[in-house]
Write a protein of this length. Structure first.
Length: 137
DNA sequence: GCCAACGTTGGC
DNA sequence: GCCAACGTTGGC
């Protein structure tokens, strides 16, 4: 199983909306590296939901529910979307500040490539962030 | 194919 | 609101 982190601005599409919807489409990604990551996702992979801009914290855990398919919001046919399902909310959201303060998370893509909206997470990083967020890994 | 100008993301 | 980092565009 692979682990990921996906960012969304909560005032555009936030965790509570995904929970209410029970399932969501992760679309609108327009960055080649993020696209490559989307294309590597398999059903059953886990992903953190990160609130960018407002909150700046990991607020929950999701599961990939459908592998990549053409993004319906994209006319060019170049970009892809995946479907996600919420699994569990963070009991104590893991903030960017806390993640940056943890030396073992120095190499995390969230820290190193701040602008990448879909990023891989290593198993070690996954465990640590889960612990910080009060999530079952 | 290079690179300057410009646009966007996202933290602060 | 600012700006650093980075991606994209377009002239050459």
């Amino acid at each position: 199983m692979n682990y990921w982190l996906m960012k969304s601005e909560p005032d555009v599409y936030g965790w509570p909306k995904l929970v209410a919807d029970k399932r969501g489409r992760w679309d609108g990604v327009r960055n080649p590296i993020a696209r490559r990551n989307l294309m590597h996702m398999k059903v059953g992979d886990r992903a953190f939901f990160y609130h960018s801009n407002i909150g700046k914290e990991v607020v929950g855990m999701m599961e990939i529910a459908r592998e990549h398919y053409p993004d319906p919001t994209d006319k060019t046919g170049k970009w892809v979307a995946v479907d996600v399902k919420p699994l569990a909310p963070a009991k104590t959201p893991a903030t960017l500040a806390a993640i940056k303060a943890e030396p073992r998370l120095k190499e995390m893509a969230l820290v190193r490539y701040a602008r990448l909206s879909v990023q891989p997470v290593t198993p070690a990083e996954w465990k640590l962030v889960c612990r910080m967020a009060g999530l079952e890994p």
